[in-house]
Design a protein around this ligand. Structure first.
Ligand code: ADP
Ligand code: MG
Length: 541
């Protein structure tokens, strides 16, 4: 969902449809590609078989597994020059190629799923990996949200759902709240080292096997002396552990177990009968099981990809994909609604005037992840006029950003003393291509530290400038409250600040300002006392 001013008579443009977009579950253990065809989501099939592929990359030093776990540090070398980012890129490239073979045409766009707890870095890295693999990400959606979509929980139903996902190496549980077409993640919990692999290890050690593949096979097919009863006994403690995590997550969500309207099973390990029984007993209801837990996340992604290319009445909007903010002095972006905030959302922040007697402020709404306006995208510009003339910093202008479930942004500005309101509505459109978006994120990635330093420097300069102006104006008005030495000392300090302003050295600007502020403190107190005294005299006349 991207935001832009709706220009009169142009309307929102639909994205160009070049080919079908696919849904990809980029898993820790296995990855799956599905597409919407014949009115339903299906896992793609090529000549090798269903597009269900281990998330493994081969290197000169052997196979690399579970690289997704490192996605929060995407550029850290894991082994043999491979990072989580390059591994994801590699896996996505292979998935893309196989999907193209299966479909018989090129693929350019995909919806990719990510764990609900993935942070900004991990999400950005997933997008970057996709664009490096030649895929535009139509949207990243949360894995539990995708599973809920696959079950059609977005249409007509409202309620709270638990998504229980037991995969190969990880366990995740999410509590989702579905209301008016918006999924909100109320809480997530899990364990990063708990899954099918651990069950395999228990089986291996019971039989004294050294081959974990043998254990996995025995588990999945109940063979080689492993029967259901023994399997249940072996994995019961592990499943109990997942249920304790569910219990805590339900508490974190601020709900009780009986408020849960449905339980969705996700992940290969939920095919185990004992998991199904224990989960059912815990939640005191039958979990949904009619979709294959191996594919349910990819199904949801495929459905979302279809909806995003061909349109839908029930477009799922769960978070804001790009930060929204305004331009402040110095061309700096002040973020009001951060990226990935669940919507609908309303956020307010107070701003003030920069100059004495300022009667209007210009409000420039931007979106992007960079610190400077010039690196972000401009959405709207309007001004709030008729502010009563006041000293710089005295006016209170409250800016409110609201994004509704349709993704519509409304920005309003209100001057608090007069109640004067100006409003502008910013409508969604497809004005920003996925490439622009990817580039924006990649740039933000690359320039993050540099941007922040520049921003801090500019902010320090502005503060210093204001301090100097205020002090010079105070000295010209009330110099008679001070003796000559005091005046000279202040003037020297002001001169020092001005000197540092000639440099790019933030630390020395700040230091000079601190010294000046400290020295000016008694003067400021005297001026206040003097002003009160004068007011008192006026009143008694
Ligand atoms: P991830 O989401 O981490 O990529 P998956 O959801 O693909 O993982 O789950 C993989 C796990 O599911 C493996 O540990 C595998 O052994 C297990 N699994 C797959 N099929 C079965 C089955 N029929 N019975 C028990 N476990 C299974
Ligand atoms: Mg998974």
């Amino acid at each position: 969902m991207l935001l832009q001013i709706n220009e009169p008579n142009t309307g929102a443009q639909k994205p160009e449809i070049t080919a079908r977009a696919v849904g990809i579950d980029l898993g820790t253990t296995n990855s799956v590609v599905a597409v919407w065809q014949n009115g339903k989501a299906e896992v793609l099939q090529d000549d090798i078989g269903p597009l269900f592929m281990p998330s493994v990359i081969s290197t000169s030093m052997g196979d690399l597994h579970s690289t997704k776990r490192m996605m929060h540090q995407p550029t850290t070398i894991i082994s043999d020059n491979h990072t989580a980012l390059t591994a994801a890129q590699d896996i996505l490239k292979r998935l893309k190629k196989r999907a193209e073979n299966a479909l018989g045409h090129e693929i350019h766009q995909a919806v990719i799923t990510v764990p609900a707890y993935f942070d900004d870095t991990a999400r950005q890295a997933t997008k970057d990996a996709a664009s490096l693999a030649g895929l535009e990400v139509l949207r990243l959606i949360n894995e539990p949200t995708a599973a809920a979509l696959a079950y059609g929980l977005d249409t007509g139903k409202e309620g709270i759902f638990a998504v229980y996902d037991l995969g190969g190496g990880t366990f995740d549980v999410s509590i989702l709240c579905m209301r008016k077409g918006v999924f909100q993640v109320l809480a997530t919990g899990g364990h990063t080292q708990l899954g099918g692999d651990d069950i395999d290890a228990l089986i291996s050690s019971h039989f004294g096997w050294t081959d974990s593949l043998k254990a996995r096979q025995a588990k999945e097919t109940l063979s080689q002396g492993l029967n259901e009863e023994l399997l249940n006994t072996l994995c019961e403690p592990l499943i109990k552990q997942t249920l304790a995590i569910c219990d805590q997550t339900i508490k974190d969500a601020g709900i009780t177990k009986n408020q849960i309207d449905g339980v969705i099973l996700v992940g290969g390990s939920t095919k185990l009968q004992t998991v199904r029984i224990l989960v059912k007993n815990f939640f005191e209801q039958d979990p949904f099981t009619n979709l294959d837990p191996d594919c349910v996340v990819a199904y949801g992604a495929a459905l979302q990809a279809h909806q995003l290319t061909f349109g839908t009445d029930t477009l799922l909007l769960d978070v804001t994909p790009i930060s929204l903010g305004i331009e402040t002095i110095g061309g700096i972006v002040e973020v009001i609604i951060p990226r990935n905030s669940p919507i609908p959302i309303r956020m307010a922040q107070d701003f003030t005037t920069y100059e004495n007697g300022q009667t209007a402020i210009s409000i420039h709404v931007v979106q992007g992840e960079r610190e400077f306006v010039k690196d972000c995208r401009s959405l709207a510009q309007f001004s709030l006029t008729g502010i009563p003339p006041m000293l710089a910093g005295a006016a209170r202008i409250r800016l409110t950003f609201s994004v509704d479930a349709d993704g519509l942004l409304t920005v309003s500005a209100k001057e608090q003393t007069t109640g004067m309101i100006q409003k502008v509505e910013v409508k969604p459109s497809y004005g920003l291509s996925t490439e622009d978006y990817t580039l924006m994120l990649q740039q933000a990635y690359k320039h993050g530290a540099e941007d922040l330093n520049n921003r801090l420097l500019i902010a320090a300069r502005i503060k210093a400038q204001q301090l100097v102006t205020q002090l010079e104006s105070a000295l010209s008005l009330d110099a008679d409250l001070l003796d000559e030495d005091q005046i000279n000392a202040l003037k020297v300090c002001v001169w020092d600040v001005k000197q540092t302003l000639e440099t790019q050295d933030r630390a020395s600007i700040q230091k000079a300002c601190d010294t000046l502020a400290l020295l000016a403190q008694p003067f400021a107190e005297k001026r206040i006392a003097h002003a009160i005294k004068q007011k008192f005299q006026h009143q008694t006349i």
